[in-house]
Design a protein around this ligand. Structure first.
Ligand code: ARG
Length: 477
């Protein structure tokens, strides 16, 4: 080709084509306005490829130096906003390569030796996603730390634990918060596993079959700090399972956020009144002056649907594709980018909304959720939350558990008809249900007695909560 294909604006793709692409098709097939986001990964990948081409004697040291110089300039231009992205040049890869050729001539044209956009884009997406996974890992640590702070401050605070959203047994609010720490710690684990499989090098696979140039793929992987080289060229250029896995891990994280959001919303409602979140996370109503709405948790619940939708999109994108690369894969980017943006913003907001923000004057965090301990305890007293404790008390006196369960059902019925709590029934009345009941029964009928009794690994006793707080703190650093 005497003329560079990139210079032939509005002309046919190559000598083989009798007419240029229609404008509509150009717009339809172009991805530059979203995939330009991969520019750093694209340049980094190209530099690693060029370094290896030179080391293998495939391009000259001079060409390598020109490529480095040109890329440094392009990096600066993109960073400063001076770079001119062109729809005509379809995607981030062709835009950068065209500018390189414009800047350094033939050396730029040699960069693509032994490479195709197919292995290039697969490499770029992996490199970019690896960096995002690392950021998400840090945000997950921040969120867990916020939750651990709240858990520690509220180890002794009692709220009703629910099953079926019916009062079940009293639990420590700290214990409740630590349940979410467990979920987010598994999420972090999942992301680090996804990172391991993402961090492998497709370059060297070329279009689909590998290449006849003597490339040193291991060298490129090492330069890019990747954990290994993809071992099958057809697979390397075509599968996007790492993106699907990532979006699946992100969906689970959002689902955990969404469950927590649902609880925050319920707890904030006037009928519960368990917590308040800082005003900067709430909004008013345009018609009802008294309102403070939990828009942030509601939106997070809504955005969970959006991320799960992206997962469905990516799975469906992949399912019908024959080997090897197909242009369908260009559609992986927008859902993946939006998943990353949504998840990162959500994690950032939740860390601060739950745990507060460092106050410059005191160096301590303030402005996190505030807890109405009285409202929580009052609610825990409502639903005979210590009935299981009375049954356990009778078991300790020698009753089989099933009989104790039945006996307590009668006691609850009596308390209901007196409109009082079990702990408010006089001793004689309780003794009417079973003769073995003595004065010490009132200890186990209290919320605090019930809580302290569950002093087992994983249980809700404040002593256990504090032990878990210590474990999480040393784990999270
Ligand atoms: N923009 C394309 C993508 O995102 C790059 C690969 C294009 N390859 C091709 N054979 N047309 O997948």
């Amino acid at each position: 080709m005497s003329q560079n294909q990139f210079d032939k604006k509005s002309q046919a793709w190559s000598a083989l084509f009798s007419e240029p692409m229609s404008d509509l098709v150009k717009r339809y097939t172009s991805s530059v306005f979203f995939d330009k986001r991969l520019w750093q990964a694209d340049i980094t990948g190209s530099l690693a490829h060029a370094e290896m081409l030179a080391a293998q004697g495939i391009i000259s040291a001079d060409d390598h130096a020109s490529i480095q110089k040109g890329m440094a300039q392009i990096w600066g231009e993109i960073e400063s906003g001076a770079f001119e992205w062109k729809l005509d040049l379809e995607d981030v890869h062709l835009n950068i390569e065209a500018r390189l050729t414009q800047l350094v001539g033939d050396a730029g044209k040699r960069l693509h030796t032994g490479r195709s956009r197919n292995d290039q884009v697969a490499t770029d997406v992996r490199l970019w996603l690896r960096g995002e996974i690392d950021l998400i890992g840090e945000l997950l640590v921040d969120l867990q730390k916020s939750l651990v702070d709240v858990a520690e401050a509220n180890a002794e605070v009692i709220l009703p634990g629910f099953t079926h959203l019916q009062v079940a047994q009293p639990v420590s609010f700290g214990h409740h918060m630590l349940a979410y720490v467990e979920m987010f710690s598994r999420d972090a684990e999942r992301f680090s596993e996804v990172r391991r499989r993402t961090n492998r090098l497709p370059l060297g696979s070329a279009a689909l079959a590998g290449t006849s140039y003597p490339l040193d793929r291991e060298r490129v992987a090492k330069t890019l700090a990747m954990d290994g080289v993809c071992q099958n060229s057809l697979d390397a250029v075509s599968d996007r399972d790492f993106a699907i896995e990532f979006t699946s891990a992100a969906s689970l994280t959002m689902i955990h956020i969404s469950r927590m959001s649902e609880e925050l919303i319920i707890w904030m409602s006037q009928n519960f009144g368990f917590i308040k979140i800082a005003d900067r996370f709430t909004t008013g109503s345009s018609i009802m002056p008294q309102k403070k709405n939990p828009d942030v948790p509601e939106l997070a619940r809504g955005k969970t649907g959006r991320v799960v939708g992206h997962l469905m999109g990516l799975i469906t994108l992949m399912k019908g594709q024959p080997l090897a690369y197909n242009k369908d894969n260009q559609e992986d980017k927008e859902p993946l980018f939006d998943t990353v943006d949504t998840l990162k913003d959500t994690l950032r907001i939740f860390s601060e909304m739950i745990g507060g923000q460092v106050n410059a004057a005191t160096g301590k965090k303030d402005g996190g959720i505030s807890v109405n301990t009285e409202a929580m305890e009052r609610a825990a007293l409502k639903g005979y939350a210590t009935a299981t404790d009375l049954a356990d008390y009778l078991v300790k006196k020698g009753l089989p558990f099933r009989d104790a369960h039945e006996t307590v059902a009668h006691a609850v019925k009596a308390a209901q008809s007196h409109a009082c709590d079990l702990s408010e029934l006089p001793l004689e009345v309780l003794q009417g249900f079973h003769a073995s009941i003595e004065k010490d029964v009132y200890e186990c009928l209290s919320l605090r007695g019930s809580l302290n009794a569950r002093n087992i690994l994983g249980g809700t006793a404040p002593a256990q909560v504090r032990a878990q707080v210590a474990r999480h703190r040393s784990r999270l650093g």
